[in-house]
Design a protein around this ligand. Sequence first.
Ligand SMILES: *[C@@H]1O[C@H](CO)[C@@H](O)[C@H](O)[C@H]1NC(C)=O
Ligand SMILES: *[C@@H]1O[C@H](CO)[C@@H](O)[C@H](O)[C@H]1NC(C)=O
Ligand SMILES: *[C@@H]1O[C@H](CO)[C@@H](O)[C@H](O)[C@H]1NC(C)=O
Ligand SMILES: *[C@@H]1O[C@H](CO)[C@@H](O)[C@H](O)[C@H]1NC(C)=O
Length: 314
Amino acid sequence: MGLLFRSLAMLVVVIWFSRLSDLSAQSPSGQAPALDALLQDYAYRAFVHPKTGVPYDAQVPSNLTGIEIAALRLRSGSLYRRGVVYKEFNIPVGLTESPYAERLVLVYQNLGNRSMVYYPLPGYSYLAPVLGLLAYDAINLSAKNLPLLDLRASRDPINIEFQDVKPTPDGTIAKCVTFDLDGSVNLSNVRSGNACSAVQQGHFSIVVESLAPAPSPVTTNNVSPPSPGGGGKKKSNSKTWIIVGSVLGGLALSALLAFLVLWVHKYKERKHLEEMEKAADVGEALHMTTVGDTKAPSAMVTRTQPTIESEYVP
Ligand SMILES: *[C@@H]1O[C@H](CO)[C@@H](O)[C@H](O)[C@H]1NC(C)=O
Ligand SMILES: *[C@@H]1O[C@H](CO)[C@@H](O)[C@H](O)[C@H]1NC(C)=O
Ligand SMILES: *[C@@H]1O[C@H](CO)[C@@H](O)[C@H](O)[C@H]1NC(C)=O
Ligand SMILES: *[C@@H]1O[C@H](CO)[C@@H](O)[C@H](O)[C@H]1NC(C)=O
C-alpha cells in the first residue's frame, strides 16, 4: 500500500510541474518583445519639445488601436531622490537603473483589449488590462530598438493601482500577475482590491482562474461574432477544455496506476504462496520417501501440521 501512495504522490507532483512549466512557457507570447520595441519607437515620437518630468501621451500605429502609450523623461538623480507618480504607477524613492543613465525615459503601456493577445495566460482571465513600465536611456530621442535599462526598486516596491478592475467572480480569488522581461510569470496577492507591487520593470495585471467550462463549443460558435478579433474567448474556452481533459486524463491514469500496483502486489503475494506451497510439496515428498509411498490424503495432513515447531518442543 505504501508503494501505491508513493506512486500517486509522484504522479501528482509530475502533473503539477507540467502545469507550472506550461504557465511559464506560454507567456509572454513570442510577439511581446517586438511589441515593446515598436511601442518604444512610437512613444519617443511624442517628444517634440519635451519638458523633463512631464508625461506625453503618444499615438500607436492604426493596426494597434486599443493600446495606449505614454513617455516620461526624467533625470535619474531626481527620480532616485523623489520618486514619481506616473499613471497607475506610484514609484517610490530609491529607484535605480543600470547601466547608469543621466536621463531616462519611462515608457508606459496599457494593452487594453489586446492584453490576452500579447500575454495569453491559459487557465486565467484578465480583470484589468496588462500595463507595462519600461525604462530606456533618454540620450537619443529619435533612436529605435533601444536596449532596456535594468530598473530596480531598491527600497519600497513600486505600487500599481489598477483602474476599473472588473469585479471578481464568486468563488474565485483575484491575483496580481507579473510578466518579467525574461518571460517568467509570477502570481501574488492583490492588495486593497486593486493594487499590486513590483520591484522591477515589466508587465502587470490582475487575473482570476477561469471558471468551469463555458457552454458547449456549438453554442459558442452561434454566439461569437464573425470578426477575426473574436477568437480570444473561443481560445480560452478550448484552453479550459484542455485543462478539464488533462485533469480527467490524470485521474484515469492514477486509477490505472493504482490497478497496476494492486495487481503487482497480488501477483507477488500469489507467487510467494506458490513458492511456499512448492517448498511444502518438497517437504512432503521427502517425508513420503522416509515414511513410504502413502497417497495424497496423508500428505495433506502432513502439510497442515505445524511440524517444525512441535518437533522442537521439549
Ligand atoms: C503595425 O504597423 C507598424 C507600422 O506600420 C508595423 O511596423 C508593425 O509591424 C505592425 N504591427 C503589427 C503587430 O501588425
Ligand atoms: C480593440 O479595440 C479597438 C477599438 O478600440 C478595435 O479597433 C480593435 O480591433 C480591438 N482589438 C481586439 C483584439 O479586440
Ligand atoms: C539617434 O538615433 C538615430 C536613429 O537610430 C540616428 O540616426 C542618429 O544618428 C542618432 N543621433 C545621435 C546623436 O546619436
Ligand atoms: C518570481 O518568482 C521567482 C521564484 O519564486 C523569484 O525568483 C522571482 O524573483 C520572482 N519575480 C518577481 C518579479 O517577483
